[in-house]
Design a protein around this ligand. Structure first.
Ligand code: SF4
Length: 341
């Protein structure tokens, strides 16, 4: 049966920017958790395309949005996000989120937004100043609040770094409810201990920008080729020198994708120089490929019907929009704006 957002089970809202094909870091850090949450909650998973616009650096970036949405949602499905259990939709296809964003901005002091630590980080990363940065980036947490409360979601899975955003959402909700009467639940955080997945460079978080990632949908050959480029213990210039697994990212990836016995063997053989790094990487690549095989098989099934993803997102968008209209209608009345059409 299709998901009914109006029900008594807790409601989770989470989203991802449309970055195209996902990588192992996305899977282990978030997507795997999304799949698990479906057992306990009614889940609403959103392609955050409007959020992606807040940090676009070139008009050319928008060309990729549509193909990226399709590729990313295929990975959601392949990982096990189930359209029978969860609603999936594209943020911009529910324009009420932009209406609610504007209305919430009437109860959100600018100072609250300027003190969010991630705002300052983003400004620095984009090489901007607080004066030159676009308003969309300043108002990002207000839009995020609108995303959550538009569907009266009560729980949001977050990492430690996202906690200030959620606290801000709660403050906005409190202020709105205080001024206009009880309307929205205060969203709770569901802290997820996502492991930090370091990329093939052995130094930075796995990500596409640094090209240190392993795509979920790659072929086994492509995966092996990339794993062979992975950075290892820099002191191990020849095989006869014992390695230090604790500083080697290949070992960290073994811990995520190999069995406990295999990890123990890697440790022993590395520290006694019985194992070479190339063999170790081939072993890891084999295990990653085995680990991802069911996901890749499912993805191929979904790819056979190119219209499936669009239809799914269309249906999800309609379902989400029906709820969104009700919510905005309620907000219109409470804010003295009359009837929302
Ligand atoms: S043998 Fe494996 S764990 Fe040891 S340094 Fe080489 S790649 Fe890393």
């Amino acid at each position: 049966m299709a998901t009914d957002i109006n029900q008594t089970k807790g409601i989770i809202l989470s989203g991802m920017r449309p970055t195209g094909r996902l990588h192992l870091g996305n899977y282990l850090g978030a997507l795997q958790n999304w799949v698990a949450l479906q057992q306990e909650y009614k889940c609403i998973y959103m392609v955050a395309d409007i959020h992606a616009l807040t940090t676009m650096e070139s008009p050319l970036d928008v060309v990729d949005i549509q193909p990226n949405i399709a590729e990313m949602v295929l990975d959601w499905l392949a990982a096990g996000v189930d359209p029978e259990q969860s609603t999936m939709f594209v943020q911009s296809q529910v324009p009420e989120v932009m209406v609610l964003h504007t209305l919430l901005s009437m109860v959100t002091p600018l100072g609250w937004l300027l003190r969010v630590p991630t705002f300052k980080d983003k400004v620095r990363q984009m090489d901007e100043t607080e004066e030159s940065v676009n308003y969309g980036l300043v108002g990002y947490p207000v839009l995020q609040t609108a995303d959550i409360i538009l569907y009266k979601a009560d729980t949001v899975p977050v990492g430690q770094d996202q906690l200030p955003h959620l606290e801000l959402a709660r403050e906005i909700v409190r202020r709105f409810n205080h001024r206009f009467g009880d309307t929205f639940p205060e969203p709770k955080s569901k802290l997820t201990e996502a492991p930090l997945i370091v990329g093939l460079d052995g130094q930075n978080k796995m990500g596409k920008t640094l090209d240190n990632h392993l795509e979920l949908a790659s072929t086994p050959e492509e995966t092996t080729k990339r794993v062979l480029t992975a950075f290892t213990d820099p002191q191990r210039s020849t095989r006869s020198i014992p390695g230090r697994p604790e500083v080697c990212n290949v070992y960290s990836l073994h811990k995520l994708c190999s069995t406990g016995d295999e990890v123990a063997t890697v440790y022993d053989e590395c520290t006694t120089a019985q194992r070479g790094c190339v063999d170790c990487k081939r072993h890891l690549a084999g295990n990653i490929n085995q680990y991802l095989e069911p996901l890749r098989d499912r993805r191929r099934e979904f790819e056979r019907n190119p219209d499936y993803v669009n239809q799914l997102l269309d249906d999800g968008g309609k379902k989400a929009r029906a709820i969104a209209k009700q919510t905005v209608g309620e907000v219109y009345e409470k804010m003295g704006l009359g009837k929302y059409v």
